[in-house]
Ligand binder design. Structure first.
Ligand SMILES: [Zn+2]
Length: 449
């Protein structure tokens, strides 16, 4: 995601639910169950800005003594919960949905829960009636009950029921839209790849679409019509193929899905999701005026590897997502525009970090909690996080540093990680003890000088 958008969300009332959703559930090892597959049908209703949802969640118990399970469910109104034909009792406590399980369920066997719900999400979903757009924004549990924990990776099949003239983008691969007798259209998206729920999402609107094949991947560009046409999209996303090639080479991992989509939305947007990213239409107009203003698209695409492919295990290690993505954006800008552009990016991160440090607000990059991050905390994960990689690059030298980043990415692909995993990969690649470096830059609570 983008730092500015993150700040907007976290500083306003809207951010509260988002941040609490990050922290309210324990790791699956402790809760004794895990979701194995989500199948969601969702109808966004533009006139009322509400949603009607029907979720089937496959799950399995890993312990015998689990008598209830708890899902994050934002402000959703839950109508019913069933296990097969059996109605289950449930209770909503804030954003938590507690579901009582019948006794005697087998462990390690897939069970299926069916949850019906409605909602009028105040955040997590943005309706823009003027442009006929609706899109998800950050907090998945505001539009689908789920285990909103970055260490839990689950496949998702999503069916959207939409007015017939709209185009959708969501996670994974689409089927051909099916028009229903009532004129509404079913848009089915299947993501077999297990991903953390915070990366689930969709964007719907009246879009002009362009496609560009790059190796085994198809790049897709979406812009609001008639504000954008295909030749404008071609200009806005002129560097996307080069970005994809650059991040693939540096990570040593091919892009894991058949397509990567970039969607321009009306209003503010800057977020990576599994297999696609959303950005504001203003990003598009900015790039049309200045072809070098491509920082945001590079940042969100970098997340497809660092964040999505390798994910922070908990939000304590959020710097692994944002610090690495911010650094890799600077590295791409260096590749595309030269050393001076890289230095400008690094200098900007340093200025922001020093402002935080000089205000006495520097702290360990492994935050003890993310319940109430300050603006300074958020700057640290992006700016100090990027500087950690820059300093490491200077310390280890070009070749060793990039081998280390590749080692980290390949070794943990498809996993959720913590800071120690990153340290170990860099130490293995360099054959050096980096404990002093990481103590100083990442773990130390005292100021970096
Ligand atoms: Zn980001």
């Amino acid at each position: 995601m983008n730092e500015f958008i993150f700040r907007v969300f976290a500083n306003g009332r809207r951010g509260v639910g988002y941040l609490l959703a990050f922290t309210c559930l324990a790791a699956t090892a402790q809760i004794g169950w895990r979701p194995t597959h989500y199948v969601l049908q969702l109808e966004p209703l533009f006139a009322s800005e509400t949603i009607v949802g029907s979720l089937e969640m496959d799950f399995s118990l890993q312990q015998r003594d689990v008598s209830s399970i708890t899902l994050d469910s934002g402000d959703l109104h839950i109508s019913s919960v069933k296990l097969g034909a059996k109605e289950l009792s449930f209770a909503k406590q804030g954003a938590a949905l507690h579901i009582t399980l019948p006794a005697g369920l087998h462990i390690n066997r897939v069970q299926r829960l069916a949850i019906r719900y409605t909602g009028k999400p105040g955040n997590g979903l943005r309706f823009d009636n003027e442009s006929a757009q609706v899109s998800t924004a950050f907090s998945t549990s505001q539009w689908m009950p789920c285990l909103d924990d970055p260490s839990v990776r689950t496949p998702l099949d999503l069916t959207l029921l939409l007015p017939s003239d709209l185009v959708s983008v969501a996670n994974g691969a689409p089927d051909v839209p099916q028009v229903q007798p009532d004129g509404k259209t079913l848009h089915v998206w299947n993501m077999a790849l297990a991903m953390p729920s915070y990366l689930y999402g969709f964007a719907v609107g009246k879009f002009v679409v362009m496609e560009q094949p790059v190796g085994n991947t198809t790049l897709k560009y979406y812009g609001p019509s008639p504000m954008f046409d295909t030749s404008m999209l071609r200009q806005v996303f002129a560097d996307s193929a080069d970005m994809l090639t650059f991040f693939t080479r540096r990570s040593g991992v091919d892009f894991p899905m058949p397509a990567y989509s970039q969607v321009l939305l009306m209003g503010p947007a800057a977020q990576e999701m599994a297999g696609f990213s959303v950005m504001g239409a203003r990003y598009g107009t900015r790039v049309l005026a200045d072809p070098q203003a491509i920082w945001l698209a590079a940042h969100e695409m970098a997340h497809q590897w660092w964040g999505n492919g390798v994910t922070n295990r908990s939000w304590r290690h959020f710097w692994l997502n944002e610090g690495i993505a911010t650094f890799m954006t600077a590295a791409y800008m260096e590749h595309r525009f030269g050393k001076e552009m890289y230095q400008r990016q690094i200098d900007a991160a340093r200025v922001k970090f020093h402002a935080v440090r000089d205000a006495g607000q520097d702290k360990s990059l492994v935050f003890p909690n993310w319940d109430s991050p300050t603006a300074a905390d958020r700057s640290l994960v992006y700016d100090k996080g990027a500087l950690v990689l820059h300093e490491l690059r200077s310390l280890l030298g070009e070749e060793t540093f990039w081998v280390g980043l590749k080692t980290y990415t390949q070794r943990h692909w498809g996993q959720s990680v913590q800071t120690a995993d990153f340290v170990r990969a860099m130490e293995d690649a360099s054959h050096r003890d980096l404990s002093v470096f990481f103590e100083r830059w990442v773990y130390a609570k005292q100021l970096v000088r």
